[in-house]
Design a protein around this ligand. Structure first.
Ligand SMILES: Nc1ncnc2c1ncn2[C@@H]1O[C@H](COP(=O)(O)OP(=O)(O)OP(=O)(O)O)[C@@H](O)[C@H]1O
Ligand SMILES: [Mg+2]
Length: 576
């Protein structure tokens, strides 16, 4: 018997009252994944059975639901059938979810380009129609009781699924049951078709350029890469609405552009419909790692070395202002976030951003974000407004996600009035950055630009065949040349691409100033720098590199440096 016939037979004795739409309709299930685009059209709609009614009836009869049988890769084996044809030559493969979502990186011999092929369980016609049916019926039964609310969401979903299986009176094979569980969880609780991409830790960016256009990715190892995933317009729009809603924003043809932060901290840019983006709804997700990069990890990756970070550490403790510049995705925000760990633990910090990206480990921290006008009559809150408000919050450190408009002047006023600020800006080099600061629409007067102490230039560059992120140079602003009126800058660190090394030029006005202020001799200054460098290197050697441990250790150092140094051979002792 076909499932639709079978399910139709159930409807005779039921009514369709009380059905409620879920807040978030899940995307349609797909019949198969990978390879072609042979999506199966959903079965003709049949009137739904009142699942709740049968359920209560069965409860009265004392029929018990089976316990939820969760899928286990080791025990149950894979649910995915891989089907890559001869046009592809496999290069790499890995699981995003063991047994359920597999990534194959393969060379397409026709185009001579690498592709990112996602494989998920494929469903038989029966399973597909059953899944469709479950979506419909779950809308009726996903009205949670107070007992359910306390439970894990996945558990509740799977229990409700089991109840429905009981209602239908069907028994599935284990593998069919597990496949259906996978799609239900992925579509109700995850991000439907892009869920595996959201879970893949190797991805930096996910971009969807429009209807029926394959999704492109920026992969940590394979760089820009095309996928085998594309969306029909209605499914794409429904995904866009889910993305916006779960970030607490509203998207519609009336306000078709949003910038938002997804619940996991990723940054989302979304345009809806085809009015502003002619190929249809588009989105770009900048994924951030669950845990931000710590300074120690940035040493390990080679973006900075211990000399540069010890320099930032000293500069930050002594209230010097920093600007990270570089091209798109060169890692400016990541570096800003990492060096913010050097801010003394109880100093007051205010961060100002368009979308929340900065994560700090400080308690005394106000995290503010701009917002657009929500409706007529409500005000938009801009970076400028937040900065003005921040000045009255008496912060010692002000972090501005990215400067790009009129707020630049206020930021430089803040620096001129003794606040320490860190921010990022799009600019290829120091000259370009200063030029940008001084011209429209930033318009910072040259004598105010001098309040900025350090510019760090980041680059996403080639090292051999690998794409790596490296600091290109670290520059101090040394005032205005009185004769020419030009800005004087002083190179402190310079990257040597041939040896992949960062060299200290030996000239730092900031080091000299710090020594003077503290009444240190040159030897004392050098000893202090050496201690910090050594500590950073020891942390790396001893594997203390996760954000939380590194933050705790810096905090310990700022409270009692001697104690930390006394335990340098076993730094874990200090954190414990
Ligand atoms: N030093 C690094 N090493 C490896 N990956 C990095 C590094 N810095 C950043 N990344 C990764 O690169 C991506 C871009 O980083 P980030 O957002 O910090 O760049 P950005 O320069 O601020 O970009 P944008 O110009 O879009 O604001 C992120 O996925 C991040 O995890
Ligand atoms: Mg950024």
């Amino acid at each position: 018997m076909q499932i639709s016939e079978f399910l139709n037979s159930l409807k005779k004795n039921k009514s369709d009252k009380g059905a409620q739409e879920p807040a978030e309709p899940p995307a349609e299930p797909e019949k198969t994944v990978g390879g072609g685009d042979e999506k199966k059209t959903p079965a003709p709609k049949v009137k739904k059975p009142d699942a709740g009614f049968i359920h209560y009836f069965q409860l009265l009869k004392g029929i018990k639901n089976p316990v939820v049988d969760e899928y286990d890769f080791e025990r149950d084996g894979t649910l995915v059938e891989v089907n890559v044809d001869d046009t592809y030559e496999q290069i790499d493969q890995y699981w995003v979810t063991n047994g359920c979502s597999l990534i194959i990186i393969a060379l397409n011999k026709k185009t001579n380009q690498q592709e990112y092929l996602l494989f998920e369980p494929s469903l038989s016609d029966f399973e597909y129609e059953l899944l469709e049916r479950l979506y419909e019926d779950l809308r009726c039964v996903l009205i949670l009781s107070s007992k359910d609310i306390k439970k894990d969401r996945k558990q509740v979903l799977l229990e409700k699924m089991n109840e429905l299986f009981n209602d239908y009176g069907i028994t599935l094979t284990r593998s069919a049951r597990h496949k259906i569980q996978y799609f239900l969880v992925r579509n109700f609780l995850g991000w439907s078709r892009i869920d595996p991409l959201m879970k893949d830790p190797n991805l930096e960016d996910i971009s969807c350029d429009g209807n029926k256009v394959p999704i492109f990715l920026y992969h940590r190892h394979y760089r820009n890469i095309r996928t085998n995933i594309a969306f029909e317009p209605d499914i794409l729009n429904s995904l866009a609405i889910t993305l916006a809603q779960r970030s607490g924003k509203h998207i519609s043809s009336g306000s078709p552009i949003i910038d938002a932060t997804l619940p996991d901290g990723s940054r989302l840019q979304l345009t809806f419909g085809s009015e502003v983006t002619t190929r249809g709804t588009s989105f770009t997700i900048r994924k951030f790692r669950e845990e931000p990069f710590s300074p120690v990890e940035l040493i390990e990756i080679g973006t900075f070395n211990a000399d540069v970070l010890a320099y930032f550490w000293m500069a930050i403790e002594n209230n010097k202002s920093l600007l990270f510049i570089g091209g798109t995705a060169s890692g400016k925000t990541t570096s800003l976030n990492a060096v913010s760990l050097f801010i003394p633990p109880i100093a007051k910090v205010v961060s100002i951003e368009d979308t929340r990206e900065i994560t700090l480990f400080h308690d005394n921290w106000i995290a503010s974000v701009t917002r657009e006008a929500l409706s007529e009559g409500s005000n938009a809150i801009t970076m400028f407004d937040l900065l003005r408000a921040a000045m009255r919050q008496r912060p010692e450190y002000i972090l501005v996600g990215e400067v790009r408009g009129a707020e630049a002047q206020t930021l430089f006023q803040a620096m001129n009035t003794g606040h320490t600020t860190f921010s990022t800006m799009h600019a290829g080099g120091v000259d370009a950055a200063i030029h940008r600061l001084e011209s429209e629409p930033l318009n910072v007067p040259r004598n105010m630009v001098q309040a900025l102490n350090i510019i760090s230039v980041q680059g996403l560059i080639f090292h051999g065949t690998e794409r790596v992120r490296r600091v290109q140079e670290v520059v101090e602003i040394a005032g205005i040349d009185p004769s020419s009126g030009n800005m004087r800058v002083n190179n402190v660190f310079v990257y040597d691409p041939i040896h992949d090394k960062i060299n200290f030029t030996g000239r730092s006005q900031i080091y000299t100033d710090i020594a003077e202020k503290r009444g240190w001799t040159r030897e004392q200054l050098e000893a202090d720098i050496a201690t910090r460098k050594n500590l950073l290197e020891e942390m790396r050697k001893q594997g203390i590199k996760d954000y939380v441990s590194v933050a705790s250790l810096f905090h310990a150092y700022s409270i009692d440096a001697k104690e930390v140094i006394a335990n340098i051979s076993d730094l874990r002792m200090v954190i414990q």
